[in-house]
Design a protein around this ligand. Structure first.
Ligand code: MLT
Length: 401
């Protein structure tokens, strides 16, 4: 009997579990401490009223034999796919068929599960710093090589630094699977259409696949930032896009997301769309009817307005954090097209030293940049998803250090 020994290679727990443990230990030792959590990017605004109403109605339907529904489609109900298509893609000039849209329980699951479609000898390219799921899932599936000096030997790291404006340079060697996330987690920075086009061209020329994580798309305000990679010519033959209702409409606890795999995307003549459809049909039983009706309501007129209000709430928090830290003399990035603020730690502190300082001295929790990769060392991430008053209070506390 053997286990998948790739799991033994993963050195640490999942980043956000580590942080949660540290904070729990601190809270246990200091039961009176009033901790402000700006670490994991978890939303705090409740679900929009339109979503609740749709879900209540769906619950009632499930209680009556005439309207009861059993297993959902493993790929999602057509009513939701059509709403997504008509609202997220058609208005941006992106023509998709509904069967190029797959509904799921989360962009994290999809980003993690997508590796099933790819050979283990592919070279994976990631930004550094990076959302840890992209790397860890490739480690688990045996594609990352060995961990040496803080890096995986078969992973191509693309540093995103102050010098390059946190926008990665094209690889100088051939890579197969390219993970891009814009607006970026963790740096909160974005990419222009002109820059992203270079990646699409690179991928098409090299037969690479771009795994484009657009979970934070709803935060984009700048006109030259693409909302979908499929706005760019040529993207349909080289890209998969991940989207989510989590950060858009407060679904972190409700769970609903969608992944776009165009029929035109083929590797060695095989459609990845068909492979994913087969994978999902085998390993996934779909998202509940109630949840999908709730997600559909995000696109209703009322739903859109209510989502806008929530996004604006978080944008204000982002400005409070960004401006507050800047006024305190910190070097601050992101926070404009994104709910994440990325800051340089002061006085040469390491990311974890700054984490400990904030937790112990002012009881504010953030995410150490080094947890996102070697180039994240010396940086720190704060999220704008908190309560507005508590966010103001957090900045006041940081000012007092
Ligand atoms: C984060 O804090 O980076 C996100 O909440 C993680 C996630 O979306 O899974």
């Amino acid at each position: 009997m053997n286990i998948n020994t790739n799991f033994l290679k993963i050195q640490n727990n999942y980043l956000f579990s580590d942080i949660a443990k540290k904070v729990a230990a601190y809270a246990a030792e200091h039961p009176q401490a009033d901790i402000i959590r700006l670490g994991i990017g978890d939303v705090t605004r409740p679900l929009p009223a339109a979503v609740l109403e749709a879900m209540h109605k769906a619950v009632d339907e499930q209680g009556s034999p005439e309207t009861f529904r059993g297993y959902p489609s493993e790929w999602g109900y057509n009513f939701l796919k059509t709403a997504i298509n008509q609202n997220d893609f058609a208005p941006r000039g992106v023509a998709l068929s509904d069967d190029e849209i797959f509904i799921s329980d989360g962009a994290k699951s999809d980003c993690g599960n997508i590796v099933d479609l790819f050979g283990t000898d592919n070279v994976v390219a990631v930004c550094d710093p990076v959302y840890p799921v992209y790397v860890d899932t490739n480690v688990m599936s045996g594609r990352a090589g060995d961990f040496r000096d803080g890096k995986w030997s078969n992973v191509y790291y693309m540093p995103c630094t102050e010098e390059n404006g946190f926008c990665p340079a094209l690889p100088t060697r051939r890579v197969d699977m390219i993970y891009l996330c814009f607006p970026n987690n963790p740096t909160g920075m974005t990419i222009s259409g002109r820059e992203l086009q270079k990646w699409v061209d690179y991928a098409n020329e090299n037969g690479s696949v771009i795994l484009f994580d657009a979970a934070y798309e709803r935060f984009i305000v700048d006109g030259d930032v693409p909302h979908s990679i499929f706005e760019l010519p040529g993207a349909k033959t080289c890209a998969i896009e991940f989207r989510s209702f989590s950060k858009t409409a407060g679904f972190t606890g409700t769970r609903c997301a969608y992944t776009i795999i165009p029929h035109d995307l083929k590797v060695n003549g095989t459609e990845l769309n068909a492979m994913w459809a087969r994978r999902q049909a085998t390993k996934f039983n779909g998202v509940s009817y109630i949840t999908q009706r709730g997600a559909e309501a995000v696109f209703s007129e009322e739903g859109k307005k209510q989502v806008d209000v929530n996004i604006e709430y978080y944008r204000k928090n982002a400005r409070v954090i960004y401006d507050g830290l800047k006024n305190l003399g910190y070097r601050v990035y992101g926070g404009v097209n994104s709910p994440y603020i990325w800051l340089k730690t002061p006085d040469g502190l390491s990311s974890w030293e700054f984490f400990d300082l904030l937790l112990n001295k002012v009881q504010v929790v953030g995410t150490p940049g080094s947890g996102f990769g070697p180039a994240g060392e010396g940086y720190f991430r704060l999220t704008a998803f908190g309560d507005a008053e508590r966010t103001v209070e957090a900045i006041k506390r940081i000012a007092s250090i």
